[in-house]
Design a protein around this ligand. Structure first.
Ligand code: HEC
Ligand code: HEC
Length: 258
């Protein structure tokens, strides 16, 4: 696809995404996904592969911005619609309902790919190595910047089924309606850094609650650097970094937090 076309498509997709912000989050509807599976099998699989992981004729969809956004925004079918009309290899004229079905199916198959092994059996989700997961949590994954196994993730393995747990760290926004909590990092002039949930913030002061539950307040004096981020930005960035093994290991580790 040409650069221009990509730009226009990206723009159109972001407009769709903006328009959808008011809609509640997605849940996969099994009946719709099943209709989508049939449409996928007869129209898409020959290029994108039976498992949506791509062939030489079409790309892997697991890293597709549009598909990932689609599943986040609950915009079933509305992001996919323009994609299916704009790409030259796509000569489709699906109805909105058919697009929604396809989108439901893709969401479901991506869940499966991310969980890997193409198996929904909870026991297989625990095939990872909890020790390696813990190392990733504290190291390469950077999870410990925001989480602590004895603080905000204490008991998380008890709180969710294994499948839900995995879904939670892969897509923490899903199922949370209108999550508004923001995260803030405050770097003081001496280099000391605090981060946590924003409790209160204005031009003069900032109060945050760190993962141990303690509140800290600061005056925004010159030399104090305050950075506010969207809570799920880090989780979204991680989607590009995890290997299947990281995902399995993390799940096994989080499951031990009972
Ligand atoms: C003839 C082969 C072919 C068929 C059939 C096909 N696609 Fe594609 N698809 C492609 C190619 C090639 C691209 C990449 C186009 C580009 O990036 O320039 C693509 C891109 C996509 C993308 C965007 C991926 C990204 O990188 O963001 C999605 C989503 C997609 N296709 C979905 C589908 C669906 C759903 C169907 C079935 C209804 C389908 N495709 C059928 C060849 C095909
Ligand atoms: C920049 C901060 C940040 C980083 C880094 C981060 N998370 Fe999160 N995580 C959050 C926020 C914010 C939430 C949403 C919490 C809420 O809604 O109460 C969350 C939610 C979660 C949840 C769901 C908790 C629950 O009780 O529902 C899990 C599990 C989780 N993260 C695991 C991880 C793992 C594993 C990593 C590393 C691979 C990670 N997080 C990296 C900020 C972060």
């Amino acid at each position: 696809m040409s650069k221009n076309l990509r730009f226009i498509l990206g723009f159109a997709l972001s407009m769709f995404a903006a328009a959808s912000a008011q809609f509640p989050k997605a849940v996969v509807d099994p009946a719709s996904a099943e209709r989508g599976a049939k449409l996928y099998g007869s129209n898409c699989a020959r290029c994108h592969g039976d498992d949506a992981r791509g062939t030489t004729a079409g790309p892997d969809m697991i890293r597709s911005e549009a598909v990932l956004r689609d599943r986040r925004e609950a915009l079933h079918g509305r992001d996919l619609g323009p994609l299916l009309r704009t790409i030259p290899q796509h000569n489709f004229k699906f109805s909105d309902k058919e697009n929604a079905d396809l989108s439901q199916f893709l969401t479901l198959s991506i869940n499966k790919i991310l969980r890997s092994g193409y198996n929904d059996q909870p026991t297989n989700l625990l095939s990872g190595d909890a020790k390696a997961g813990e190392a990733y949590f504290n190291g390469a994954g950077g999870c410990s910047r925001c989480h602590s196994p004895t603080g905000n993730l204490a008991g998380v393995g008890k709180k969710y089924t294994t499948a839900a747990l995995q879904q939670k760290f892969l897509f923490p926004g899903s199922g949370i309606r209108g999550a508004t909590k923001l995260l803030v990092t405050v770097k003081l002039h001496d280099g000391k850094t605090y981060s946590g949930d924003v409790v209160r913030i204005d031009d003069f002061n900032v109060t945050l609650r760190s993962s141990d539950g303690i509140s800290h307040s600061f005056s925004r004096t010159p030399g104090t650097v305050v950075t506010v981020v969207h809570p799920f930005a880090a989780h979204e960035a991680l989607l590009d970094q995890y290997t299947d093994a990281d995902i399995h290991n993390l799940t096994a580790y989080l499951d031990t937090l009972k």
